[in-house]
Write a protein that binds this ligand. Sequence first.
Ligand code: UTP
Length: 293
Amino acid sequence: MPTPPPVRKAVFPVAGMGTRFLPATKAVPKEMLPVVDKPVVQYAVEEAKEAGIEQFIFVTGRGKYIIEDHFDHAYELESLLSSRDKTAELNSLLEDLPITGSVSFTRQQKPLGLGHAVWSARHFVGNEPFAVLLPDDLLVGKPGGMARMIEAYRSVGGGMIVAAEEKPLAETSRYGVIEPGAIKDNVIEVKGVVEKPSPEHAPSQLCIIGRYILSPEIFAELDRQERGAGNEIQLTDSMARLIGRVPFHAVLTGCARYDCGDKVGFLHANIAVGLSRPDIAPALRAILKEVSG
Ligand code: UTP
């Protein structure tokens, strides 16, 4: 099997309005809400970095400028930490900074849907395969979700890859759902995909979660700007139109996944990540026992 072209770029669509998390998201982007002590978006960037991604493209919208600030130097803070000899804090801030020139921002202007957000990044991506990470889906695992997807991308010879998770039938109407073909280990051939089907129309319970590897052909499909479910320009509709022309697989990543765009999912993530952190786990465990007992 020929080696597919490398996946060097990742798009982070962060232009959504976060209506499920109001009023927290009125002035603060949901991607900046912290899970323990790190904004949700930083976990996604670290996952992409771990997978070998070199260029990070953010699709932002109104009121999202603090995401840009987060990935930039904060001179006053850095000099304050330095003058107070808070070396560990300073080093950790500096280590998290992306290399100059590796991060770009573009605006979606109107939140017309995920497909439209990805299309907004077309000039930054150009003519090469690329990853898409929805930061409000937090994947926790070693190796991370995107690293596992890139491994699958190589093993099947390229094409489109999505991360999938088996969900209860009652929840299919919240996801893109795949029609599965041949299954090998954790990689499933995708024969079709339906956006937000009612349980009786769902082709399976395998739901697409917020990680994709796409081939550049997707942009010609997104150019059509066709509206789908919820009157939004859906990414999955364009992916479905490429079936037969571009190989398409789903990967069960084996990672734990938390929907941080949802209040309960966000609290779940904070508890799970908190309990995995030796510095705070004992105190958190004691609190959980107290409030639930
Ligand atoms: P969601 O549907 O979870 O985001 O989109 P939302 O619209 O902000 O959420 P609610 O339902 O109103 O609470 C999944 C991802 O796609 C991005 C979001 O920022 C999120 O990362 N997105 C969605 C865009 O960038 N643009 C859009 O037009 C829609």
